[in-house]
Design a protein around this ligand. Structure first.
Ligand SMILES: Cc1cc2nc3c(=O)[nH]c(=O)nc-3n(C[C@H](O)[C@H](O)[C@H](O)COP(=O)(O)OP(=O)(O)OC[C@H]3O[C@@H](n4cnc5c(N)ncnc54)[C@H](O)[C@@H]3O)c2cc1C
Length: 492
């Protein structure tokens, strides 16, 4: 019998530049591609409908792409170790291949799978999810990097592998049964959000469009909230519909070395790797602060404020627009993520983990490593080596990154008729203007739930005197944004 290898798809829902799949293909064309619906993931409270919907679309596309090469996707449901052991028995496969993950849950699952399959077949995990492996880049003293810029420089000093094309032919044995692709409802989810199309085909089209039409403006337009100045590729990278190496080289091949737009974009991809390796080496960040002393911060956790934040009813237009963008599209602009995360933690004094959970529940690109890294960056509990304390002023951020209010008007219909001069502070409108522009504060749109200056002072006190051994952190001021472009966010 021809040697058979099972490729277990997880967060690598593509054929292009798929390291484990290509390794299988180098050994045999008789590949059994399988995806296993794992109830332990489906039942997690932060597994959101938007991501499950995107996953289903991506699996449909993956099956079509496999069929175009002579294969097909086998679907199973259950505990992966049992489903795989069963599939090995059915197919007499010589090996199970998969691409490695960095999340604690996945690492524990993969250890269980490896133990269960011991003696049944070979098991091989491959590094695939980043530009570099999380263990590949270490400081001179052999420790993981915990500061971004030197990490980025170390990544750039290495050769980032060129992507390899998809296998041309895959022969999935015909006698293997597959469950049908379930509907979203059958999995117990429902969503009204308008999501991007899932799958490798849509990912490749979007990458190519962005390289041609968007990347040349990235450095100047990436922060402009109302313009679609970023790639929108995050859900595809999250599910592995695209290889990060393919994305990186697409930019490098299209732009000359040193081109600021391509450099700035590749730096963002390196942020993704950075947080992957942080999660891998410091798995405790999943539940607590990277700087452990900040676990002791006495957050106020006002539940009503949390509720208003979640629903985009804070009375701060830029915050409300962003939170409603999340609810209606399952995605939020990076600048907006920074603004609302700063607002939740520094203005509302609510534990960053509450915000992280809400994001995870709704984001179509929700990813433990990036989401946790982003939240800890915003909450100043993370790796960020800032010498001063960062508190965004939401109104100033709105004026700077959405100067005409176009982004606000897109997501907050109550403010659509409000003129530019009041769009960022509608509560300042005189009563007759409120009536004229159909935005009566307190009726049509809420008054600001908190006073920024007062809350800022409270945040400084909170962070300056955490109980335990936490170092007091310095004076207020503008923070460096989460980028290597070196620009500064507006100060409070
Ligand atoms: C509080 C907070 C939470 C976040 N949660 C997530 C999350 O759950 N999933 C997620 O993919 N990103 C997260 N990010 C990072 C970032 O906001 C998104 O990756 C970005 O908005 C995606 O849009 P894009 O694809 O158009 O990005 P582009 O600007 O086109 O960047 C290209 C790719 O680089 C990666 N990337 C960009 N910025 C970052 C970053 N700061 N950290 C890590 N990777 C980055 C993404 O994969 C992105 O698709 C979060 C940021 C913050 C501040």
């Amino acid at each position: 019998m021809t040697k058979r290898i099972i490729h277990w798809f997880r967060r690598d829902l593509r054929l292009d530049d798929n390291t484990a799949l290509l390794a299988a293909h180098a050994a045999t064309k008789a590949i059994v591609p399988v995806f296993i619906f794992d109830d332990a993931i489906l039942r997690r409270p932060d597994t959101g409908a938007n991501r499950v919907a995107f996953l289903l679309a991506s699996l449909r596309d993956l099956d079509e792409r496999l069929r175009a090469r002579g294969g097909r996707l086998i679907l199973r449901r259950g505990r992966p170790e049992e489903a795989l052991a069963q599939l090995v028995a059915e197919t007499e496969a010589a090996a199970v291949h998969f691409n490695l993950d960095v999340e604690p849950f996945a690492l524990a699952r993969d250890a269980r799978v490896t133990a269960r399959l011991a003696g049944l077949c070979a098991v091989a995990g491959f590094e695939d999810g980043g530009l570099t492996a999380p263990t590949a880049i270490k400081t001179k003293s052999g420790t993981p990097y915990t500061v971004f810029t030197p990490y980025k420089n170390a990544v750039l000093a290495q050769a980032i592998p060129r992507p390899r094309p998809a296998p041309d032919a895959i022969q999935t044995p015909s006698n293997i049964s597959s469950d049908p692709l379930p509907t979203l409802a059958a999995l117990g989810f429902t969503t009204a959000a308008t999501l991007p199309p899932g799958g490798e085909s849509a990912a490749q089209a979007r990458l190519s469009d962005f390289i041609q039409a968007g990347l040349g403006r990235y450095a100047t337009e990436r922060d402009a909230l109302a313009k679609d100045g970023t790639s929108g590729l995050s859900p595809y990278l999250r599910f592995g519909c695209l290889s990060p190496r393919r994305v990186c080289w697409a930019a490098r091949d299209a732009f000359p070395e040193g081109a600021p737009d391509a450099e700035a974009w590749i730096a963002e991809l390196i942020w993704r790797d950075f947080y992957r390796q942080i999660l891998f080496h410091f798995p405790y960040v999943e539940t607590g602060a990277f700087k452990r002393a900040f676990d002791e911060l006495a957050w106020e956790n006002n539940e009503e404020w949390l509720d208003r934040w979640r629903n985009g009813r804070t009375g701060f237009p830029i915050v409300d627009a962003a939170m409603r963008q999340l609810l209606t599209t399952g995605w939020m602009h990076n600048r907006a993520r920074m603004i609302v995360a700063s607002f939740l933690t520094k203005d509302l004094l609510i534990d960053w983990r509450r915000g992280e959970r809400h994001f995870m529940t709704h984001l179509v690109d929700g990813d433990l490593a990036a989401n946790n890294g982003g939240w800890q960056w915003a909450a100043s509990t993370g790796t960020d080596a800032q010498p001063y304390f960062r508190i965004f002023n939401p109104t100033a951020q709105g004026k700077k990154f959405d100067p005409t209010g176009a982004y606000i008007r897109r997501y907050v219909p109550e403010l659509r008729a409000v003129p530019e001069r009041w769009i960022h502070e509608p509560a300042r409108m005189p009563p007759d203007a409120q009536r004229a522009f159909r935005c009566v504060i307190g009726d049509d749109y809420p008054a600001p739930i908190a006073d920024h200056a007062r809350q800022r002072a409270k945040a400084l006190a909170l962070f300056g005197r955490p109980s335990g051994d936490a170092p007091a952190i310095g004076a207020a001021g503008a923070g460096r944004r989460q980028t290597t472009a070196g620009r500064r966010g507006s100060s409070s």
